[in-house]
Design a binder for this molecule. Structure first.
Ligand code: NAD
Length: 298
């Protein structure tokens, strides 16, 4: 029987540790960690994600402040807000909820975030440290995936790992983190020729293409581990309801694999947990507190 890599359960376990870390250090810091979340416009999925992040912060004792801006604001207004938060002593972490409306230059905004507060790990300074395999905040989804694999003692070193997708948010940083852990990485993308054949060589196959049900059992080697990053809301057959699915046709793939991540309840909750970890890490660093979180930052 294949093993379900239960991201929800692991998230709750890590949250208990985070609560302890906060209550232990709060006396020294004299305040709880603070996270600012900037949301622009009305993208409904972003609304759900921001809500989830706000609730998770409340569960562990992080003070979160949501800045929900109208999409009529300009690039300069957002830059000014980021600058203000860069100098706000009560804010340890800041993130720009993506995607934002197209008229904004999201990369320029992320570049403006103080790297020490860049809890999404997307600023070039943090990406640079990842390339050099130096400690820094790590982007949340890739770091969450690695923690999920490690939690079940799934070996990474020496394994053939195929990553589908090369985005700045997921595919690229994930490939670098896995490379730093001594895996042999193949990064594939929309122009890759013969994706199926390449995937079939993978000991661990990670799908982050953003294409519902792209991967069926014909892409998967017997006994592989499959990680599904994709998240899509599809209309069910009677059109009155919706359901969530990933990039992997799970019911077809599960009988063949050693382990798999479910959607929902796999990678998604781990992404939120890593945001909490990064915020607390930044807070501990600011107050010179010893951090117990280094193991969670691959
Ligand atoms: P993206 O659109 O920025 O990147 C997708 C990547 O997949 C690109 O590099 C593209 O070249 C590649 N790709 C597209 N079609 C392909 C195909 N047919 N074959 C091979 N490669 C293909 O998306 P992203 O931001 O990296 O996100 C990917 C998916 O992961 C989305 O469904 C997104 O919603 C989801 N996601 C989930 C979480 C989470 O916490 N669960 C976090 C981030 C993203």
């Amino acid at each position: 029987m294949s093993l379900k890599l239960d991201g929800k359960a692991l998230s709750l376990e890590i949250e208990e540790k985070l609560k302890d870390d906060i209550s232990l250090n709060e006396k020294i810091a004299k305040r709880s960690p603070g996270l600012a979340v900037i949301r622009i416009g009305e993208d409904p999925a972003s609304g759900v994600y921001v809500n989830n992040k706000e609730k998770a912060c409340a569960r562990v004792g992080i003070k979160s402040i949501i800045y929900h801006l109208k999409d009529s604001v300009g690039q300069k207004d957002v830059e000014q807000l980021i600058n203000k938060l860069n100098f706000d002593d009560d804010i340890d972490g800041m993130l720009l909820q993506l995607p934002i409306p197209e008229k904004f230059d999201d990369q320029k905004l992320i570049s403006n975030i103080n790297p020490d507060k860049d809890v999404d790990g997307l600023n070039e300074k943090n990406i640079g440290k990842l390339v050099k395999n130096e400690p820094a905040m790590r982007s949340c989804t890739p770091a969450g995936i690695i923690n999920l694999l490690k939690s079940q003692n799934i070996a990474i070193e020496g394994k053939n790992i195929v990553v589908i997708g090369r985005s700045l948010l997921v595919g690229k940083p994930l490939s670098l983190m896995l490379l730093n852990l001594n895996a042999t990485i193949t990064v594939t993308h929309s122009k890759t020729i013969n994706l199926r054949k390449i995937c079939k060589e993978a000991d661990i196959l990670i799908a982050a293409a953003g294409k519902p049900n792209l991967i069926d059992s014909s892409f998967v080697k017997e006994g592989a581990v499959i990680v599904d990053v994709g998240i899509h809301r599809l209309k069910s057959s009677d059109k009155s309801k919706t359901r969530l699915c990933g990039d992997v046709l799970l019911e077809d793939v599960i009988p063949k694999v050693l382990a798999y991540t479910p959607v929902p309840g796999g990678v998604g909750p781990m992404t939120v947990t890593m945001l909490l970890v990064n915020t607390i890490f930044s807070w501990q660093k600011k107050f010179g507190l010893s951090s117990t979180l280094n193991d969670l930052l691959p």
